[in-house]
Write a protein that binds this ligand. Structure first.
Ligand code: ADP
Ligand code: MG
Length: 282
């Protein structure tokens, strides 16, 4: 596999005078270049701690993380790592600094010392990529949550990262805003080849991923294609996760002796599978 990120036996410990929490435990993982990975896990399972390590915001207590071959631990690699892996957080309001959209998106490349002429190009490209070019001269605070979050993503894209790590970017958005973000991420992944690592607690956002990782108590307890992950309803429930309604329905039908394949995930697939099973029972 051609890995953009390689996590090798990484442990992360939060420590103060009276106590220590091991948030990530001897975790190893490779993220394939150009892939779309979703990380699921209930609160406190270590997702954010891991995410912050992927772009060097957190340094492993032990073990190593390589981004495009360079170790995040070495101080001299810090800017290079941040340039390669862009982070997007939950609250768009905390990520938007300027009072004009265009200026906000320009902020990142300006800091990287990109020449002014190229900045303009990058800003336009990034705004186009998140479908917000027409709001170039707008004031960010007038925009919807989904639009603001897309501006935050554009600000990262303008720095030309190879990988985007997003820590619950849709948690504060309404369903429309959430859908806009997921569509944007799918497009950035497919059309620009940007590697996406998306942390979410919305199961439906994992359906389009190439790969789903489930974290529990600082470890990865499942790593597979979405269909396989969601067909194991019992495992998901055991670690406190919701299950997509389609998966739950098929699971219950099967448990009650109805011979369905539980791997169908979209509503259409699930409906087709139930119809197929009904006919085959005749
Ligand atoms: P998640 O993002 O999956 O909710 P986190 O990575 O935020 O999980 O947290 C993992 C564990 O680390 C939890 O037990 C949490 O309480 C602890 N933790 C997170 N941040 C800190 C911190 N700044 N100081 C001490 N403990 C922390
Ligand atoms: Mg978190």
């Amino acid at each position: 596999m051609d890995s953009i990120i390689s996590v090798k036996n990484v442990t992360y410990e939060y420590k103060d005078e009276d106590n220590a929490v091991t948030a990530v435990k001897d975790l190893s993982l490779n993220i394939e270049r150009g892939s779309f990975t979703v990380i699921l896990g209930h609160n406190g399972s270590g997702k954010s701690t891991l995410a912050k390590m992927l772009n060097g915001l957190n340094k492993p207590t032990s073990g190593d993380i390589f981004v495009d071959g360079i170790n995040t631990k070495d101080e001299q690699n810090e800017i290079e790592v941040k340039r390669k892996v862009g982070m997007v957080f939950q609250n768009p309001d905390n990520q938007i600094i300027a009072s004009i959209v265009e200026e906000d998106v320009a902020f990142g490349p300006e800091n990287l010392g990109v020449p002014p002429k190229e900045i303009k190009e990058r800003v336009d490209d990034a705004l186009k990529a998140v479908d917000m070019l027409e709001y170039k001269d707008s004031t960010p605070h007038r925009l919807s949550g989904g639009q603001k979050q897309r501006i935050a993503i554009a600000g990262i894209i303008a720095m030309s990262p190879q990988c985007l790590v997003l820590d619950e970017p849709t948690a504060m958005l309404d369903p429309k805003g959430r859908a806009e973000i997921i569509e944007t991420l799918i497009r950035l992944n497919k059309e620009k080849g940007i590697t996406v690592v998306l942390i979410t607690h919305y199961m439906e956002e994992a359906q389009n991923a190439d790969r789903v990782l489930v974290m529990n108590d600082g470890e990865i307890i499942a790593d597979d294609k979405p269909k396989v992950i969601f067909s194991d309803v019992e495992r998901l429930k055991k670690v406190g996760l919701d299950v997509p309604q389609t998966a739950e329905l098929l699971y219950n039908l099967k448990k009650n002796g109805f011979n369905v394949d539980t791997h169908a995930l979209s509503i259409k697939e699930a409906a087709d599978e139930i119809i197929r099973a009904l006919h085959s029972e005749e």
